[in-house]
Design a protein around this ligand. Structure first.
Ligand code: ZN
Length: 443
């Protein structure tokens, strides 16, 4: 070996050693990433995404039906997982959505029915208020009534979740909600004013606002107003109010022959989320979004696994859109959770009979008769299955124990700054602690 050859050999050994060192460092950093999430900064954004009523069995049924046994669904592919208890401050042991979301919004367990207020009924800053104090853009988005309990817990504090028009008024008058998108214009227009969306199911659609024309008041407050796919696509912000078809994806239950894709007033939740990200992206201070699929809870109350899965698709689409946004904007904490489970849903093999107690025979709030009876020999009612596991010829069905909420823990998955703090078993109020620190840029 000549001197030159020896030199070259030594050089290539040195190059190989350096490459190995770099590789080891990269692997170390990558491993560090998977065990420790990023540190928040002043510009950190937070998104809370709830599948209302989405317990472990619902999440699993959505996984099997839409993604099969190989590919992990987007909401479960997030790197950090924990569990949250769901108990409220009472009076019963099992929470409603108001107390469930208030635990995240203000970090206190409260009385069922209160939105954004502790048991002492005192107004305290919600995560949305805290985000606004930091100069962030705020959004409340769902697939159902924008004045419902989950969103009201962040932007419409009241002691009775049924005060819909009062909640609507608070959402636009407290000057804290920049982006408000969802369904049910009925509480925004006074009786006799049909609004923008045709009243095809009069008892469902008719205006019943008690606070005057709140849409006009929102416009006077500087909000851009949208009511269908075209007007939503034209929104530029910074303040927007979109009142679109309420619960469009499960409207076929109440309106014969209704097809949501043909309705110009149906706006996919994922499109509203992308629009909101587009508007909020202009703010260097970041943003705070609280979002939910409320239809998932309704599907549980109605014992309809088909609509549970359809709502799960909505949630996964939203997670995908946010993950895509995070590729270029990683400083976003995304938390996917639930306020409680609904229906006592359980995945079962096809051979089992279905029970015909109140579990399988609920009277939905929009009907006067039971609609999901098991057959006389316990045959599976149509709303309970069968469901095919994607990519297989195997089928399952579900059974239910109650038309109401249940009290077990719910899974939470997360990605982004402080996401690792959600690993473990926590009170549902812990979500507030973690999200607040992220919004304030504190470790
Ligand atoms: Zn419910």
């Amino acid at each position: 070996m000549s001197v030159m050859q020896r030199f070259t050999a030594r050089k290539s050994v040195a190059v190989a050693a350096a490459a190995a060192l770099v590789l080891a460092l990269v692997m170390l950093i990558a491993r560090g990433d998977s065990s420790k999430a990023d540190t928040p900064t002043a510009g950190t954004s937070v998104i809370i995404l709830s599948g209302d009523g989405m317990g472990i069995q619902q999440r699993t049924a959505i996984q099997y039906a839409l993604y099969g046994l190989k590919e992990r669904q987007p909401m479960d592919a997030l790197p950090y997982t924990g569990f949250l208890d769901t108990i409220s401050a009472g009076p019963i042991a099992v929470t409603d959505s108001a107390a469930g979301a208030t635990a995240w919004a203000i970090g206190k367990k409260t009385i069922n029915g209160y939105t954004g207020l502790g048991p002492d009924k005192k107004r305290v800053p919600t995560l949305l208020d805290i985000a606004k104090q930091q100069g962030k853009t705020t959004a409340l988005i769902n697939d159902h009534d924008v004045t419902n309990a989950t969103l009201a817990s962040f932007g419409g504090p009241v002691i009775n979740r049924d005060w819909k028009s009062t909640i609507a008024k608070k959402e636009i008058y407290n000057d804290k909600v920049d982006i408000l998108m969802g369904g049910n214009e009925a509480y925004w227009y006074p009786k006799g004013n049909p609004g923008k969306i045709p009243n095809t199911v009069p008892e469902e659609d008719a205006s019943e606002g008690t606070q005057g024309n709140l849409v006009q008041k929102a416009i006077d407050q500087g909000y851009q107003y949208a009511y269908d796919r075209k007007t939503v696509s034209e929104l530029t912000g910074p303040k927007v109010l979109a009142l679109v078809q309420d619960s469009a994806k499960r409207r076929w239950e109440v309106e014969k022959g209704y097809k949501y894709k043909k309705d110009p007033h149906y706006v996919p939740v994922v499109d509203m989320v992308k629009k909101a990200l587009d508007i909020a992206d202009d703010n260097p201070n970041g943003f705070f979004f609280a979002m939910e699929s409320d239809d998932l809870d309704s599907a549980g109350h109605e014992h309809d696994v088909r609509n549970v899965i359809q709502s799960g698709q909505t949630i996964n689409q939203v997670v995908e859109a946010i993950q895509e946004y995070r590729q270029t904007n990683p400083n976003v904490l995304l938390i996917v959770l639930a306020d409680h489970e609904t229906g006592g849903m359980t995945i079962e093999p096809m051979g089992e009979t279905n029970t015909n107690s109140d579990g399988d025979d609920p009277i939905p709030y929009w009907s006067n008769k039971a609609l999901n009876n098991a057959g006389p020999k316990g045959q599976v009612p149509t709303r309970s299955g069968p469901v095919t596991i994607k990519g297989t010829n195997r089928k399952f069905k579900v059974d239910w124990t109650t038309p109401e909420h249940t009290g077990g823990m719910v899974p939470v998955t997360a990605v982004g700054p402080l996401a690792d703090d959600l690993v473990g078993v926590h009170h549902n109020t812990w979500v507030f602690d973690v999200a607040k620190r992220a919004l304030l840029g504190q470790e």
